[in-house]
Design a protein around this ligand. Structure first.
Ligand code: CA2
Length: 151
């Protein structure tokens, strides 16, 4: 492992966290999420570069850039989870370990949320644990990166 840094990616509309639909997504904001992840990573000696965008190409460019200086990627792709072959190809193309996070229980919501293009390119999946799931995903991904777990 060359770098003790993670890329945290939040996809479209996650900038709205904490502003509406609290019954689905809770009351924490995106800033709270980014602080939570930074704290969980720092406790294990990692730093985090966080990006949120509503634009698929921006997310893909950031994923490509992670090849140079990150040891893994935490991603909540938002609605792109269910639609984007390109995002999936970017994740598989950089060949870094990926953790897929969903705040809500996507498997228990509308049918169209059940399928994920990201699922089988990720080695960690934390789904339906609310914002706290980001911290657990961070720990699980670091376990894999540091060789403390194998999946
Ligand atoms: O449960 C998740 O984390 C999702 O990835 C969130 C996406 C949704 O399309 C996925 O199916 C599941 C939506 C993100 C929108 O976030 C909002 C947050 C607050 C208010 C409105 C939208």
């Amino acid at each position: 492992m060359s770098e003790r840094r993670l890329l945290l990616v939040n996809g479209p509309n996650l900038n709205l966290l904490g502003t509406r639909e609290p019954e689905v997504y809770g009351t924490d904001t995106l800033v709270d999420v980014e602080r939570l992840v930074a704290g969980a990573a720092a406790a294990r000696g990692f730093e985090v570069r966080a990006v949120q965008s509503n634009h698929e190409g921006v997310l893909i460019d950031q994923i490509h850039a992670a090849r140079d200086d990150c040891a893994g990627i935490l991603i909540n792709p938002g609605g792109l989870t269910h639609t984007s072959v390109s995002l999936r190809d970017a994740l598989s193309g950089v060949a870094l370990p990926v953790a897929e996070i969903h705040i809500s229980s996507v498997l228990a919501r509308e049918e169209f949320r059940r399928f994920s293009y990201v699922r089988d390119v990720a080695v960690v999946h934390v789904i339906g644990e609310g914002v706290a799931g980001y911290a657990r995903a961070t720990e699980l991904l670091i376990d894999i990166i540091t060789g403390r777990a194998d999946g």
